[in-house]
Design a protein around this ligand. Structure first.
Ligand code: LUZ
Ligand code: MOS
Length: 774
């Protein structure tokens, strides 16, 4: 049997558009709005219907329940009246071939009463155009802290958005089945939401719709909420025309129409002492939500939860708003607001360091959360089992920080046209969905009579390796080889009411649910084994009473290496499951788990919001060409606490991949829009994601393994998917640090402290340099 990664590399893995079309299958696509704001008066399909091969056109009136949204149902599948953003889907066309479809898409005529759009976040802030205003977090006495502090800095920090750039665009195929049932195959992180949205869009009860997800070619949050409306477009066609329907977006369309990471404009005011210890903090976070609510309320919450970064802040006021603009509705993206919060704090500390002329790494170390005191977040959660102090100590040593700082100082004294920078930054990512009800999962485990096992959960595989981790968890539970475990296609038929595979929680939640299902089977298997070991001969016609033995008896029965042993006796796995089956005892089960102990009160802004934290640190060194603004990463060192890793290879893959994705967000991935608000950087030729040349020239990464998470999470592991993305901030701060060596000599007094917005592209770096009047 080939491993899960081998079939990717050999090209055998089937993605949505690799599925061969079936007889009668139609191609489906939407037509987007030519303007960013206005009222849709009329759609004229006359020319479209003349195109050979076009078999159907659909608009809002064909959608049974048009408004959708994970949190607030404010977003139309197809615009009915008010247009929210340019390129927003206004209608759907179905055709026999892709060629007719593409031809037809250009021929729709819209009558629109145009309005003046609000295209920038700054304008939305000024107009107080808000989609959501959460209650603030407060702790300590901020006013007193500011009054008594010796130093104070204020500023504004702009952070750009980010395109997900999954390799597989949004894609779904919908097959009509008997008696109005629909089967959806989708590239979705959230099959349950896709099932529900499709059912509502076509007017079917939920039990008539099944959504299946085999795998995705990347998702990064972009398919958490945003996969479902495209599935609904195909479903509309399949339901009305009773023919299978396929929608696969082109890369350009996908980039224009789907939301991105939220851009932020943040204002801060910080009070601190001579050593750089933070005494008080006031932050106002403004996120660009785009046209609709989508997941923004949860995203702004996570931004607020991560403004503290890895640092203790005794007195704080954290306020936040989600702004409404005439832009694609921004959405989940790996980190989910956390990166924007964390970066704001790292930026503040970088500026404190420049102001005090002290090395930022030691200011960070001095502010970092401690173990028994200075360990409470601004929202009242105690940072338990905190290894941040060890991470600091270790990484400062292994990265040779002190010596390299001296080398950088020396280089910058003599270099012409080049400047180096060095920075250490951290993350402390909260693991749990902030919406409490999402912290649950279920799994179905079927043991077969040849000893092999199928496991199904709500987890969707998007390249992150969740299937491999679940496979390992089940193999370990039964003491059999991983090859004997098959993780099945995710389907709402087997696992209903699942949460999205998101919030880094895929393996935590679904792995624990799989373990719970295994535990139920194991309990029965152990009772049968105990019966066997008690010396009684088991005959097929015997009725075993499985509750004959106490837990104490059973706890000594071990499952390992394909054998079940008790004291000096043993039985093979194959024998035991067959004996169990022949006695008409189930060798399948279903598990359900929930995360316990969460107690955050949104009104008070206080309590335990997360089950645990995943912390990590990174040190990055950069070299900047001061004539071109070109930046190279000379070296990055990453150290993370992932508890006891279930699969170190997968975890390090997530660490390095997330880090580089964070670097791309903060250094090269700039989104450009034209005057009408349409994205112009909508392909890899204009949108610069990192390539192999952008990797650190010297890249070192490791885990600080420990047992402290064993009572908190499956096998003592920690979630890894999102946290390391935040460490890309070390490269941004290293750039800021490099520029500070030049800003020091600035003739322009207002530019003694480096002010850099994200992403720090070459242009952004050059523009900042030009202000110093060197
Ligand atoms: N999705 C979500 C997430 O619905 N809630 C969350 O808290 C979250 N956090 C990170 C990523 N996706
Ligand atoms: Mo998410 S940002 O889909 O974990």
């Amino acid at each position: 049997m080939k491993s899960l990664s081998e079939t990717h590399v050999t090209g055998e893995s089937i993605f949505i558009d690799d599925i061969a079309p079936v007889k009668g299958e139609l191609f489906v696509n939407y037509v987007g709005s030519p303007v960013a704001a206005g009222r849709l008066k009329k759609i004229d399909f006359k020319e479209v219907l003349k195109v050979p091969g076009v078999v159907g056109v659909f608009s809002a009136k064909d959608v049974h329940h048009n408004l959708w949204g994970t949190i607030v149902k404010d977003q139309p599948v197809l615009v009915e009246d008010e247009i929210g953003y340019i390129d927003e889907p206004l209608c759907v066309i179905a055709a026999e071939t892709r060629e007719s479809l593409e031809k037809a898409r250009k021929l729709v005529k819209f009558t629109i009463e145009e309005k003046k759009p609000v295209l920038t976040l700054a304008e939305a802030i000024e107009k107080k155009q808000f989609l959501h205003s959460p209650l603030p977090f407060r702790c300590g006495d901020v006013d007193a802290a500011f009054k008594n502090a010796k130093h104070r800095l204020q500023g504004k920090f702009e952070i750009g958005g980010q395109e997900h750039f999954y390799l597989e665009s949004q894609a779904s195929i919908v097959y009509p089945e008997d008696s109005s049932q629909l089967k959806i195959i989708s590239s979705s992180q959230h099959p349950t939401e896709t099932q529900h949205l499709v059912a509502e869009a076509v007017g079917l009860p939920f039990h008539q719709v099944v959504c299946e997800v085999k795998r995705m070619g990347g998702a990064f949050g972009g398919k958490e909420s945003r996969a479902a409306p495209f599935a609904a477009m195909a479903a509309l066609v399949a339901h009305k025309l009773k023919r299978p329907a396929r929608i696969v977006l082109s890369k350009d369309d996908d980039m224009k129409v789907t939301g991105k990471r939220h851009p932020f404009i943040n204002y801060y005011d910080v009070a601190f002492d001579d050593q750089g210890k933070i005494l008080g903090l006031k932050v106002k976070l403004y996120a660009d939500g785009g046209a609709y609510t989508d997941l923004s309320p949860s995203i702004i919450d996570r931004a607020m939860f991560h403004v503290d970064g890895s640092y203790f802040v005794e007195n704080a006021l954290i306020e936040a708003w989600v702004c409404k603009t005439n832009s694609h509705s921004n959405t989940a993206f790996r980190g989910f607001g956390g990166p924007q919060g964390n970066l704001t704090m790292e930026n503040i500390i970088e500026e404190i360091s420049q102001y005090l002329k002290k090395d930022a790494a030691y200011i960070r170390q001095a502010n970092c959360y401690q173990k028994t005191e200075r360990n409470q977040t601004p929202y009242g959660q105690i940072v338990e089992n905190n290894l941040l102090p060890e991470l600091f100590e270790n990484l400062l040593k292994t990265s040779d920080y002190k010596k390299r700082r001296e080398e950088v100082n020396q280089f910058n004294r003599s270099a012409k046209g080049q400047v180096k920078g060095l920075a250490l930054t951290g993350c402390k990512f909260g693991i749990s969905f902030t919406a409490r009800f999402l912290n649950q999962g279920n799994a179905l485990v079927n043991v077969h009579r040849d000893g092999t096992v199928q496991v199904s959960t709500g987890a969707t595989e998007m390249g992150q390796g969740v299937n491999t981790k679940i496979q390992k968890i089940v193999a370990r539970a039964f003491g059999i080889p991983v090859e004997d475990i098959q993780v099945m296609t995710t389907s709402t038929e087997k696992n209903a009411n699942t949460s999205p595979t998101a919030a880094s929680s895929g393996s935590d939640i679904n792995g624990a649910a799989a373990q719970a299902a295994c535990d139920k089977i194991l309990k029965r298997l152990k009772q049968v084994a105990r019966f066997q070991f008690s010396g009684k001969t088991l005959k097929l016609e015997d009725e075993i009473e499985v509750s004959d033995f106490s837990q104490d008896d059973l706890s000594e029965i071990k499952f390992a290496n394909g054998k079940i042993s008790y004291k000096n006796q043993s039985i093979s796995w194959l024998d035991l499951i067959n004996k169990t089956y022949m006695n008409r005892i189930s060798i399948s089960d279903y598990g359900h788990i929930k995360t316990t102990g969460l107690a955050f009160d949104r009104v008070k802004g206080f309590g335990k919001a997360f089950k645990y934290f995943t912390p990590g640190l990174a040190v990055s060194e950069v070299l900047i060409d001061t004539y071109t603004g070109d930046m190279k990463i000379l070296r990055s060192d990453i150290l993370m606490d992932l508890g006891r890793s279930i699969d170190k290879g997968i975890d390090l893959g997530q660490v390095t991949g997330a880090f580089i994705q964070g670097v791309g967000w903060l250094t090269s991935e700039k989104l450009y829009y034209n005057a009408k608000g349409s994205l112009v950087s909508h392909s890899p030729t204009t949108y610069k994601i990192p390539n192999i040349q952008d990797m650190p020239r010297d890249f070192r990464f490791d885990l600080l393994e420990n047992d402290l998470n064993k009572d908190h999470n499956i096998l003592g592991s920690k979630a890894v998917g999102e946290p390391p993305l935040l460490l890309g901030g070390s490269v941004f701060m290293a750039i800021k640090n490099a520029l500070s060596y030049l800003a020091e000599h600035s003739k322009n007094k207002d530019h003694k402290i480096v002010k850099l917005n994200a992403p720090a592209t070459s242009e952004e770096i050059l523009m900042e340099l030009s202000k110093y009047e060197l």
